[in-house]
Design a protein around this ligand. Structure first.
Ligand SMILES: Cc1cc2nc3c(=O)[nH]c(=O)nc-3n(C[C@H](O)[C@H](O)[C@H](O)COP(=O)(O)OP(=O)(O)OC[C@H]3O[C@@H](n4cnc5c(N)ncnc54)[C@H](O)[C@@H]3O)c2cc1C
Length: 151
């Protein structure tokens, strides 16, 4: 992921989309969805502003970055499991996401609501914070408490 949205000086009317900004691991099949979400954002922008992009470049690049951030976090939190993964050392947040997604995965087989939430997040229909809504978080905590009481 390249943070064009954080450039101190961004060329006016120059925006970066798709793999040029965020190249996801193809294994997870998210790239086309992210590209479609970005295309939709661009469409909304041009519907609202016409061709007047000047002065809006940074804001638009920030919106685009937001659109692929979730997919990127999901992708690297899975890649983080493999020793062969190259790149920057993953941070605490990535480790936590990997651990939390393992806890959620333990529930998907038996709990339909959790399964639906996971599918919606993985297919980028809903943001990943959906998995932290009280009904899911509560089940995760309950499962953890139950497991530790048994061991
Ligand atoms: C093996 C593999 C499997 C994948 N499977 C899936 C999947 O199942 N589901 C999914 O959603 N996504 C999948 N993806 C990801 C998806 O293909 C990409 O996210 C998507 O194609 C990115 O679109 P893009 O337009 O940003 O880049 P690209 O599709 O790579 O398009 C960039 C284009 O720019 C051209 N180009 C490059 N440099 C120049 C230059 N200097 N001048 C002119 N033209 C240039 C290239 O030739 C290319 O045509 C997969 C990717 C790979 C590699």
């Amino acid at each position: 992921m390249r943070h064009y949205e954080q450039l101190r000086q961004q060329p006016d009317r120059f925006i970066v989309v798709g793999h040029a900004a965020c190249a996801l691991n193809p294994t997870y099949g998210q790239g086309m969805t992210v590209a479609a979400i970005e295309a939709d954002l661009l469409d909304q922008f041009f519907q609202a502003h016409g061709a007047r992009m000047s002065g809006h470049t940074r804001r638009l690049q920030k919106h685009l970055a937001k659109a692929h951030r979730d997919a990127w976090t999901l992708s690297i939190s899975q890649d983080d499991r493999y020793r062969s993964t190259e790149g920057k050392q993953s941070n605490v947040m990535t480790h936590f996401m990997t651990w939390y997604s393992d806890q959620v995965q333990k529930l998907v087989v038996e709990q339909a609501e959790v399964q639906i939430a996971v599918m919606e997040v993985v297919h980028l229909l809903k943001p990943s914070n959906m998995l932290f809504q009280p009904s899911i978080l509560g089940r995760v905590i309950k499962h953890l408490l139950h497991s530790s009481a048994r061991s």
